[in-house]
Design a binder for this molecule. Structure first.
Ligand code: FEO
Length: 167
């Protein structure tokens, strides 16, 4: 059984993961409108990963007899300035999610809730990977600049991304 405070914080995290899924699906739509199917695929898979994160948290809250409280989910932006803007917003958003996970870890340690602390380790590793992969793509985009041939090559590369089984 987890504390009410921990349960509430995990519910808030669940909400943030679902918001993340919607944010990345909104970016997917931005790229579909521009016929950049590889970038669209990248963000669709990103969105699917976020739903899996939310599901992991939903299942855990149940497992430890916490209470699920569905909350309203903010609407994500639907307009973006550029491809680079999408990746900059993604990186900024992932940094916020990382901070939020750290807040959960801190709370778990303060409460001596070692089960939740262990559960959260997977998310810490995941955040390191997510931030690193978005940063790497942002660097590539900056190198590409307005070279459309290089941009289409990157688009083709991103078309290959698939949902990882352990996501
Ligand atoms: Fe679920 Fe991208 O953090």
């Amino acid at each position: 059984m987890i504390s009410e405070k921990m349960s509430q914080m995990l519910n808030e995290q669940y909400n943030k993961e679902v918001y993340s899924a919607n944010l990345y699906l909104s970016m997917c739509s931005y790229f579909l409108d521009r016929d950049l199917d590889g970038f669209a695929n990248y963000f669709k898979v990103q969105s699917q990963e976020e739903l899996l994160h939310a599901e992991k948290q939903f299942d855990y809250i149940h497992e430890v007899d916490g209470k699920i409280t569905m909350m309203a989910i903010d609407a994500p932006p639907v307009e973006f300035d550029s491809i680079e803007d999408c990746f900059e917003q993604t990186l900024a958003h992932e940094k916020l999610v990382t901070k939020s996970i750290y807040g959960l870890v801190k709370q778990a340690l303060e409460e001596g809730d070692f089960a939740t602390h262990t559960f959260l380790q997977w998310f810490i590793t995941e955040q390191v990977e997510e931030e690193a992969s978005v940063k790497a793509l942002l660097m590539k985009l900056r190198m590409i600049g307005d070279n459309s041939s290089a941009l289409y090559l990157l688009n083709d590369e991103l078309l290959k991304r698939q949902l990882a089984p352990e996501a």
